[in-house]
Design a protein around this ligand. Structure first.
Ligand code: M6R
Length: 631
């Protein structure tokens, strides 16, 4: 959470537009308030605003407002905030400064012991101007500098006092050619260009400048310098007190800057919904063999024996990733017969799971690879001895680095806060994984080949589903907004239950209306009490062996005046009474276990159109951040 940017250059230039565009690229990480600071000659100039950078930071006004004296600057830092301590307000927005105004810093993370430090600093005469946990860092550094320490040593001494997580970027008028950074628990990478170094909490903001960067690990700090001798960096480790660490820069080549823009679409979410067929295809690419009817997961090649012999699987994830894992869980149990336990990462770390690490493997799923709950749980699982594998989208992210091995999803950059293409790409890997496990446990060659043949057709079927349901979902969304629906539930049976969970999450994230989900058969055991003319039940029920049972539930809902929308395949649609219910038809597949890959698409579109009809921001829903790096 929170977006951090810092730029240092030996070619002085107007850094304001660069800081603003970087903050826009980081907007998905937090967007309740924002700010920048620059070293202008010998003073720090700072500007902070409530709102998202694209709405409230405009380069022309800023230069005037800051009364910038110098033609160009060498150092600038910026921040997008996702408030944790103190309301979103100008006084709480970053950058924060010390009493003298000579030191400015931005911070991502949470300082757990800030209250006691703040009391101590106030007693020592420091003046606080915000309600944040972050501000103590600026005043602690100020004290250490006053004791005679260099800015770097002051930062290192300060860090020793901090409990919690941080990615910190700090600058001072006393060292106008240096930026100092440190990381524990919150992501930080810096990009390397001829004349500049760019530090950011996400490579999204770096890639607009350069495709070569270094990712810092927990416990690392860096000094970034730019002067007449060029640009230099120096990395050290504050945990084991190593001063010089050689780190090999990563260069990304398969990346287009267009991925960071909306292109012809009105929102990132809409673009990403429509990117799903391509993302799914890319995630499958080169990862199966039609001849052997098997998946080929290169990242797991050294662990095939472990996978062949495992008796249990744990999945570990949060939010959308956990629902992808749960769909995968049903699939693995159905195809491979291995019991799967779907664990929510924020719970797993704090409770006992009575499974033996000797015959259990753990798969963690994450788009960002930085989710703190998931990352900490992965570390806990490794401590307990579970072989731990990742299904992660972000290359080189903390979770990708923390696991024993893994398979990358290839969804590309997902900017919309509500996850869409990451979900279906996670499913792509999980479907391949289920196939791999099943083929070592009795699934026949023919069945493996048939499964793959159908999986290969999915991108085309996704494309069809999107074009055939988009307008319909808009019409249904507008109809139900007009009807003033008060209760909405997403229901299904079997593999459609976790799919309903994801549909409900999408709906509530975007519309701010509470949405429930439960297995359809549970309806009569209590939830039916909420059904009336203001309730909408969305039932996910392609034509399978439970179809008739599901039809009974529809009758029960209709008899209580409830509204019903059904997502089904062509055969199912033919058997439903049109008129009394709204029907959404998806293309027919021969293996019903593959339907979740299509079912989610109209439900994403339903949430999207519903939110737009309500006037909500679909890319940046309220109260959320894309990457949840606090526990
Ligand atoms: O980056 P991760 O996949 O680890 O994120 C997990 C959840 O925070 C994330 O899926 C969240 O639920 C999204 N907002 C869903 O749209």
């Amino acid at each position: 959470m929170c977006g951090i940017i810092g730029i240092i250059t030996n070619k002085k230039r107007d850094l304001v537009p660069e800081l603003i565009s970087s903050l826009r690229n980081l907007e998905y990480r937090g967007y309740d308030s924002t700010g920048i600071a620059l070293i202008d000659g010998t003073v720090i100039k700072r500007l902070r605003r409530v709102g998202a950078p694209s709405d409230v930071l405009h380069a022309e006004e800023i230069a005037e407002e800051l009364e910038i004296k110098e033609i160009g600057q060498s150092i600038g830092i910026g921040h997008n905030r996702w408030a944790t301590h103190g309301k979103p307000s100008e006084r709480n927005a970053h950058p924060h400064i010390d009493c003298s105004g000579d030191i400015a810093l931005v911070h991502n993370g949470t300082i757990l012991n800030y209250e006691s430090i703040k009391d101590e600093l106030i007693r020592a005469g420091h003046m606080f101007t915000s309600d944040t946990d972050t501000e103590v860092i600026a005043h602690l550094i100020e004290d250490k500098v006053a004791e005679g320490l260099s800015l770097q040593n002051a930062l290192l001494a300060t860090i020793e006092r901090l409990e919690g997580s941080f990615g910190i970027v700090v600058c001072s008028t006393q060292e106008p050619a240096r930026l100092y950074v440190a990381k524990r628990g919150s992501p930080l990478s810096f990009g390397i260009k001829n004349d500049s170094l760019i530090i950011a909490s996400s490579t999204n903001a770096i890639l607009a400048h350069t495709n070569t960067f270094i990712t810092l690990e927990d416990g690392e700090y860096a000094e970034l310098a730019a002067d007449e001798n060029g640009i230099r960096y120096h990395v050290g480790n504050f945990l084991d007190k190593r001063r010089g660490i050689t780190k090999k820069p990563t260069t990304i080549t398969d990346f287009s800057i267009d991925e960071l823009s909306k292109g012809e679409y009105e929102s990132f979410m809409r673009k990403e919904v429509y990117e799903q067929p391509a993302a799914f295809r890319t995630t499958l690419l080169g990862r199966y063999d039609e001849q052997t009817g098997d998946a080929v997961l290169g990242g797991l090649i050294d662990h095939e024996e472990t996978l062949r012999s495992t008796q249990n699987i744990i999945t570990l994830a949060c939010g959308t990733a956990s629902y992808a894992a749960a769909v995968g869980g049903v699939l693995i149990e159905a195809l491979a017969g291995i019991p799967v336990r779907n664990e929510i990462a924020s719970e797993f770390r704090y409770r006992t799971v009575p499974l033996d690490p000797k015959n259990t493997v753990l798969f963690t799923v994450s788009q960002s690879g930085e989710t703190a709950d998931t990352l900490e749980s992965v570390k806990e699982a490794r401590r307990k001895g579970y072989p731990t594998f990742g299904i992660v989208n972000t290359v080189g992210s903390s979770i990708a680095e923390a696991v024993d091995a893994g398979v990358y999803t290839r969804a590309g950059f997902e900017i919309g806060v509500a996850s869409t293409k990451a979900f279906t790409s996670q499913l792509a890997v999980l479907y391949l994984l289920a196939l791999k496990l099943a083929r070592t446990r009795g699934m026949t060659l023919q069945a493996g080949r048939a499964f793959l043949a159908e999986l290969e057709r999915i991108p085309e079927m996704m494309q069809r589903t999107l074009s055939e349901t988009d307008e319909l979902m808009r019409a249904y969304a507008e109809k139900y907004v007009a009807k003033n629906i008060r209760t909405i539930n997403f229901l299904g049976r079997g593999i459609h239950v976790p799919l309903g969970q994801e549909a409900a999450l999408k709906f509530k994230e975007l519309t701010y209306i509470e949405a429930g989900n439960y297995p359809l058969g549970e309806l009569k055991h209590g939830p039916i009490a909420v059904i009336d003319k203001h309730a909408l039940s969305v039932i996910i029920m392609p034509k399978d062996e439970l179809f008739s049972l599901s039809k009974n539930s529809i009758e029960q809902i209709l008899s209580k005046d409830g509204n019903v929308m059904v997502v089904t395949d062509e055969a199912g649609a033919r058997e439903l009474k049109k008129g009394s219910i709204d029907v959404v038809t998806i293309p027919t597949l021969s293996n019903p276990l593959l339907y979740p890959l299509l079912e989610i698409l109209p439900l994403q579109l339903f949430a999207y159109h519903y939110a737009r009809a309500l006037g909500n921001n679909v890319d940046k829903p309220r109260n959320l951040a894309k990457s949840v790096t606090v526990e």
